[in-house]
Write a new protein. Sequence first.
Length: 585
Amino acid sequence: MHPTILGLSAFYHDSAAALLHSGRTRFALQEERITRIKFDNSFPSNAISLALESTGITISEIDRIAFFENPKVKLDRILKTSSPQQLLKSLSETWDQKLHLTELIKLRTNFRGQVDYFDHHESHAAYAFFSSKAPRALVLVADGVGEWDTTSIWLGEGATLKHISSTRFPHSLGLFYATITSFIGFRPNSDEYKVMGLASFGSPTHVETMRAMLRNTEHGFECDPQYYDFESIMYSPRLTRLLGVPPRQPGVPALGVYADIAASAQQILQESLLQLVIKGSAQIGIKTPVVCFGGGVALNCAAAGWLRDSGYVQDVLVPPGADDAGSAIGAAMLAHARLTGQRPDPIHTPYLGIEFTDQEAEAYIKLLGIEYECFDDATLIDHVATAITEGNIVGWFQGKSEFGPRALGNRSIFADPRPAVMRDKINEKIKHREGFRPFAPICIETNMQDWFSPAKPSPFMTSVFRSLQPDVLQAVTHVDGTARVQTIPPSPQTRTVALINAFHAKTGIPVLLNTSFNVAEEPIVLTPFDAFNTFRESKLDILVLGNCIIHRHRQDTKIMQAGTYKYMSIARPLVPLTRSTYFFT
């Protein structure tokens, strides 16, 4: 049997669609990349259309649609845990999504077959395990909350997943971290990665105090509800009294006491994850297991790297887009395993989205009426590598779009990884974001051992490594001496590989600074149209679309006049703080 399965994640956050055929993931894309609404949680109609168009598969050829959670079980949790006011709001907005989802899916897709529902954490676990090549592994899932589960342990073996244990709402590592995110003045379920980056600037001086919020127990961990308020801004007034400082307000520096709070939260999170791994290892009878890590908390690459180096595991494997977006793939993988009894293929590549040919990119550039040049590959690579050595910052648009929240070399911004001022320049002038935020290096896999430790492949940029030459790689080494590395194999010889090799030949450095091709609060670019808009709105020096190069300084200033971004910046504070949180709806 060679089923074709459409996997969906929707109505929670990070909506996505994925298409599997004969166990291989043929396509996966988040809806936000198309709508340009970050964390778009709407039904992924656009992603579905592109999945069918890109693969040449019609909706009539789909054997199953697999949805990433069980809406009726989730409704049970909402009914039992929400206040009357929150319950009324939730059900008025999402009643059809909870009770009539099959009809809604069929109406939106014109699908006539069977729709399967899988538990939220099982979808996470399936994606984490089946996407890997591990034959047997401890599977750890941690997020805010699924239907009821907030963390879960599984044994992955062959084509099967065996549930071992769970922690249930309201006890949640994800909600603990989201609460601290909100207290520090960032948006919960959006800006947790900022807290992770900020933590390295602080000291964990509040750990013992904050253990009142979340304490490890014989069976896992518990949250003390008196410090939380999930129906408003996540934290209660008692948290302010516990920490002895007011919640951070906009404009107040994040460094100092708030960095210490972030560092303390990071340490508590890591310790709790390790306790779960130790407990799970004993339960499945594997002393030092490979850990396949899924769920939104798995995006905390500092925690993933810390677990990997703890001495209690062989390795920690995190797939691209381990949050709810990836559960669209996970649900489809579960459906495949159930239908065939066979394990789906691992994720060999993150490049699962849409692609534009060089001719299509040039056709778009011609419509703009701007000055550009197109080159053969050797000339293109030499030109761009030279420009980067001269301090230019390059928007790089090639091949299929990446799946997940990280830029992995096809929708990237590249720059020189050496000078510290490059980090500051990109944060301020290009990305329009906080100065404490780090940037990642991209490195040819065969050069990893000379620059980062441990020398393990990291194709999806999902954990941190120790920088072996931080004085050289100042722009991509965080304040704690780590770097969130992406490794790229030396073959096939893509333009990205060729560019890194050319920079290496010119500088002796086989590394580039790699950050996502977007500005703050925007999804990563998907199309040439998106790429040019971001090029215009930022201070990027060069845009490379396929084999064409566009230099900012050669363009008519009227065409390059920015404007859209500043209006978006004005509008965003008007969005309620709790928008996109996932705790009840």
